[in-house]
Design a protein around this ligand. Structure first.
Ligand code: GEK
Length: 242
């Protein structure tokens, strides 16, 4: 695993974060050291998917990056006949995702799409994954996407949504940010790396509160919405279509 040191040298101006070649190259290390519980969430996505997946349906991984979530689902469901649809609008991610999935799940049916997840028709889905992706969409379009996902899910199907959370209370929000930064420090990131990454991501990753997510999922049509994971300000929800 290549080490992420993209923000270790002081930059004159910090550009907005983008999912380019340099990021894709160090991405597994970046996610593991930046998202508390990331590896645990990935493993549990397979476990949760196994509980809700339906044979002869599609599993969508929206914002798939390098395909870690799809691989986890495949590991738990390989005896079923599923079509995996992996979507990401970063060409650098999709290119690497293609070779990883070909190597680790060569016999599976996989469609890789390099496009905006907002343009993807969802059909015959039993599991849809939005693992830390919705937070990169403009707030105004998030409900439209969730409604589209709800429409494309079969009855009994699920959406699993993982996100970085915002807290309404500024003091509480600051506490969670402090804990998260301490987590990054414990994983070897310097103060400079933490502050430059923060500057790069702050106009790109726009978090919502847990309450906003729950309300929006309900408004999209989901009947059961449960928070199944949280580590500091990183959380994952499962929403069921009745
Ligand atoms: C994982 N799910 O390892 N359309 C398509 N892709 C997008 C869009 C969009 N509008 N916006 C962002 N992305 C992965 C991790 S990373 C999370 C997901 C993070 C893509 C973007 O290119 C990137 O690959 C991914 O969403 C977000 O389980 O970096 O914090």
């Amino acid at each position: 695993m290549k080490q992420d040191n993209l923000f270790s040298v002081e930059k004159e101006t910090v550009a907005d974060f983008s999912f380019d070649e340099a990021v894709a190259d160090v991405f597994p290390d970046m996610l593991r050291r930046s998202i508390p519980g990331y590896e645990n969430i990935i493993a549990m996505l397979g476990v949760l998917a196994r509980c809700h997946v339906q044979d002869n349906t599609r599993v969508y991984d929206l914002g798939c990056s390098l395909g870690a979530a799809t691989l986890s689902v495949h590991r738990q469901t390989r005896e079923l006949s599923l079509q995996h649809i992996c979507v990401d609008n970063s060409a650098a991610m999709i290119k690497r995702c293609a070779s990883t999935l070909k190597r680790h799940m060569p016999a599976a049916s996989v469609e890789l799409i390099c496009d905006d997840i907002q343009r993807i028709p969802i059909k015959n889905a039993s599991v849809v994954l939005l693992n830390f992706t919705l937070q990169f969409l403009p707030k105004t379009t998030r409900l439209v996407l969730l409604k589209n996902i709800y429409k494309g899910l079969n009855s009994g199907g699920v959406l699993i949504l993982s996100e970085k959370l915002l807290y309404d209370d500024a003091e509480v929000n600051q506490l969670f940010i402090q804990w998260h930064h301490e987590f990054k420090r414990a994983n070897g990131y310097s103060d400079l790396e933490i502050s430059q990454k923060r500057a790069a991501i702050e106009n790109v990753l726009i978090p919502d509160t847990l309450n906003t997510h729950q309300t929006r999922l309900t408004e999209a049509g989901f009947s059961h919405v449960h928070q199944w994971f949280q580590a500091f300000n990183f959380s994952s929800l499962i929403a069921v279509k009745a």
